[in-house]
Design a protein around this ligand. Structure first.
Ligand code: PAF
Length: 277
């Protein structure tokens, strides 16, 4: 496994990589969710590149960029074990040199849900992902369904800007009690960790109501909010039952639908979702 830190170095290596080249972009602090993408990509591709870059431009001024968890040594050991070929680990200065002024922005679908709560977040995501695609020239890139809106936005960017690669989205990996794996789970103290189960419980409730025949999307949102309201450590940011393409809120359930939510557990903001199909 080769660790590459500069764009000039990767440009020399890329033409020598056997195709297809699979790519898993990450911000490090890897967990089983990331590793499931890496394992899937390892099987599907002749070469496998993983990036580790905590992208400053996708964090708002009051968000957790500085304290975002980092453990490069552990990440590299995990990736070595998965037989990754290249780890691309640029510095912030390498990715954003002085007077950096070029941005990639997808409109509309970025204005809802995460985009509404985190202004500028998706502009940072699409810019860095576009840069990584340009630098690494992968044939296939892999994203987790846990960040459903991110996956949708990236698919749209790739299609609409005619980027020549395939995007694959893979299922959310959960702890045994249902909590979606996330690097941010590490912020939770034991009481908060227990309280965080309310996200999964609310999604389960929506699925149950749906399977019992409920088609009123506002009832699903109401019932989920009421369940979250019973957990004293939880403060909902949004609860959504939306169209999977436009992310517009639904009145009557049409399928497929994306049920998603963001909830603050103490100071930690968590997201999760489920698709009704
Ligand atoms: O999902 C993430 O970890 C990040 O948003 C990504 C795609 C690596 C871009 O920084």
């Amino acid at each position: 496994m080769q660790v590459v830190k500069t764009i000039s170095e990767i440009r020399k290596i890329r033409p020598k990589l056997a195709e297809p080249v699979g790519f898993v972009p990450t911000m490090g602090y890897l967990h089983q969710g990331h590793l499931s993408l890496v394992r899937y990509a390892r099987v599907e591709n002749r070469s496998l590149v993983v990036s580790i870059f905590v992208n400053p431009t996708q964090f708002g001024p009051s968000e957790d960029f500085e304290r975002y968890p980092r453990d490069t040594e552990c990440d590299l050991a995990l990736l070595e074990n998965e037989r990754v070929d290249i780890v691309f680990m640029p510095s912030a200065a390498e990715m954003y040199p002085p007077r950096f002024n070029s941005w990639v922005e997808v409109s509309h679908v970025t204005e809802r849900l995460e985009g509404a709560s985190r202004p500028g977040h998706f502009k940072g995501v699409t810019t860095v992902v576009c840069k990584l695609f340009n630098i690494l020239q992968p044939n296939v890139a892999y994203f987790g369904q846990k960040d459903a809106q991110q996956a949708l936005v990236i698919k749209k960017m790739v299609a609409e800007l005619n980027m020549d690669l395939k995007i694959v989205t893979l299922p959310t990996v959960r702890e045994s009690d249902g909590l979606a794996m996330s690097s941010r789970n590490t912020y939770l103290n034991p009481k908060e960790r227990q309280a965080a189960l309310v996200l999964h419980q609310a999604l389960n409730l929506a699925q149950k109501l749906f399977s019992e025949g409920e088609r009123d999307a506002s009832r699903l949102r109401r019932e989920m909010l009421s369940l979250i309201g019973k957990e004293p450590l939880a403060k909902p940011d949004y609860v959504s039952v939306a169209d999977t393409e436009t992310l517009e809120e639904l009145d009557t359930l049409t399928l497929p639908a994306l049920v998603s939510l963001a909830v603050k557990i103490g100071k930690t903001r968590l997201i999760d979702n489920v698709m009704l199909e």
